[in-house]
Design a binder for this molecule. Structure first.
Ligand code: ADQ
Length: 518
């Protein structure tokens, strides 16, 4: 059920971003800092030339239109194998290549940096901790030391760009890879406007205390004027950790922490997607024919088609989803042959034990379900392990009768929103959504499930298969109504950041205000 309240729709688009930023943070140069980069240069074996690609990922594809609209600098790890060849002496290149609009400032990381900072501290300490899996954490001194070192390098790059600009700057950090950088920047440039968006959950203090360098992480993040999370709950967890771990007073009424140099305001902004990009993909001239081909391939006749799209990650509940499907076909034999399920699951973070294990486990589970229930005419589960273009994803969502998302913990889950955006008004698409995905707080009309309760999960899928047309349409109308675009998200972040930087009374965000009113 929606807890985030009626979505405040401003219907902002890319053209609104530059005016909104200028109104909020007038005259400031804009700098984004993230681990991932929006464009990678690589050697194409087929053409034997250096080419450019956009790495798949919700964050980079969402921020690129913003940077194209406002200009400025984006600092990120140069992960392409030919990235270093195309940058200037400051390690910068203008992008997008076909129509340069902003500067990409690349940080070169060594194999050891990637192993210790990225795979080590970020993905084997912070990621499991924030997803409530303390037994998977691997706190090691060498991971921490390199995390600090790499954060220092990102911060130095930001300081270089701040100083070069000759006018005040606003720096927007992204995610858990860069928790320490804001404090380094604040110390060297006290008047810069800083904000940070944390894309994953923030754990309750009982778990956060496990982080061996937790106090440093909190001090790093408190250096921001605005610290953004998807949900009020994550902001509550952060503020409580500040009280307990740092013994620092919190102004709960204003969700703020007053420090000597500035005040850090903690706000929630549930992220979204570029809704029109998905709508456009499913409205192309050939889309009906392509959707029909997908249906013929996976679910002909009266059969229903279910889809799920996840990185292979233990936070996404893929094992739990497979167990629920197995129970569905075991407990409700009449549903055999009524549903084919397509799971798009791209391996991620390979080389980390927990991820390698899950990759194998998922394949085993799919194999054993198909072996147990499959017939000559029906394969219950299809597993697609390749990356798909956004357009192909949209068509797959559109072809589906059910979208199934089973996260055990998830900051937001963009796939839920992509599924909704790709349906059309005649849609039959039912969204089965884990209550532990942040999206469940915002989207109204989904069938909410608890992936830790396999029998109830299986029953929910059975009920969705039988759901009358009228209820499908009514639920879809509510889902559609509760969607907000990525551009509205950005405009709200800028407005609150602007107020915080001016020292005005900083309003609560829409989601925080709604939570408080209940
Ligand atoms: P993720 O954990 O990566 O993001 P999610 O929000 O679901 O999770 O985004 C995944 C993105 O990757 C989606 O845009 C999806 O379309 C894309 N994707 C997945 N598989 C793909 C494939 N095979 N081919 C192409 N694209 C694929 C983190 C947090 C989330 C939060 C986001 C944004 O963990 O909770 O919603 O950041 O803040």
């Amino acid at each position: 059920m929606s807890n985030a309240g009626p979505a405040l729709k401003r219907a902002s688009g890319p053209d609104d971003l530059a005016p909104a930023l200028e109104a909020a943070l007038p005259g400031r140069r804009f700098i984004v800092v993230s681990n991932r980069e929006p464009f990678e240069h690589y050697f194409d074996d087929a053409t034997e030339e250096v080419d450019v690609r956009r790495p798949a990922g919700g964050l980079t594809s969402a921020l690129d239109p913003l940077m194209q609209a406002v200009g400025g600098t984006w600092i990120a790890w140069g992960s392409g194998d030919r990235d270093a060849e195309v940058v200037d002496e400051r390690s910068c290149v203008m992008v997008p290549p076909e129509d340069p609009r902003y500067t990409l400032h690349r940080i070169r990381l060594s194999k050891q940096d990637i192993h210790l900072y990225y795979a080590g501290y970020a993905n084997q300490c912070l990621w499991p901790l924030c997803h409530l899996r303390p037994s998977l954490t691997r706190f090691r001194a060498r991971y921490w030391e390199r995390y600090l070192h790499v954060n220092q390098r990102f911060a130095n790059a930001a300081l270089e760009d701040i100083r070069r600009g000759g006018r005040p700057a606003a720096v927007w950090f992204q995610d858990y890879h860069l928790a320490l950088a804001p404090a380094i920047v604040r110390e060297a440039a006290p008047h810069v406007a800083l904000s940070h968006f944390w894309h994953i959950p923030f754990p309750p203090v009982e778990l956060f205390r496990i982080a061996t360098n937790g106090a440093d992480l909190l001090r790093g993040l408190l250096a921001n004027d605005v610290m953004g999370f998807h949900l009020p709950l994550f902001g509550d967890n952060f503020l409580r950790s500040v009280e307990v771990v740092l013994n620092q007073e919190v102004d709960w009424k204003n969700r703020a922490v007053r420090l000597q140099t500035h005040t850090c305001h903690v706000r929630s902004f549930p992220i979204s997607i570029d809704i029109d990009a998905f709508r456009t993909a499913v409205r192309a001239d050939d889309s009906d024919a392509r959707v029909q081909r997908l249906r013929d391939r996976y679910a002909g006749g009266d059969m229903q088609l279910g889809v799920g799209v996840d990185r292979v990650d233990y936070s996404k509940g893929l094992e739990e989803k497979m167990h629920a499907l197995e129970l569905l076909w075991e407990n409700y034999p009449e549903t055999r042959g009524q549903l084919t399920y397509v799971q798009v699951a791209v391996p991620s973070r390979t080389g980390i034990e927990a991820y390698d294990w899950l990759n194998q486990r998922l394949e085993q589970l799919v194999w054993s379900i198909n072996d147990r229930f499959g017939t000559e005419d029906w394969r219950p589960v299809h597993l697609i392990t390749d990356p798909l273009s956004a357009e192909r994803l949209a068509l797959l969502y559109r072809a589906a009768d059910l979208g199934i998302i089973s996260s055990l913990q998830d900051g937001m889950n963009l796939v839920a929103k992509e599924f909704v955006a790709s349906q059309r008004s005649d849609s039959r698409g039912v969204l089965i959504l884990s209550k532990f995905a942040g999206a469940a707080e915002e989207l109204d009309g989904a069938v909410e499930v608890n992936p830790f309760d396999p029998e109830a999960f299986a029953r929910a899928i059975r009920d969705a298969l039988r759901m009358p047309e009228s209820e499908r349409r009514e639920r879809y109308a509510r889902l559609k109504e509760s969607m907000r675009s990525i551009y509205d998200w950005m405009v709200e972040v800028f407005e609150i950041w602007g107020a915080a930087t001016r020292g005005d009374r900083t309003p609560l965000s829409q989601a925080d205000a709604w939570k408080r009113s209940r």
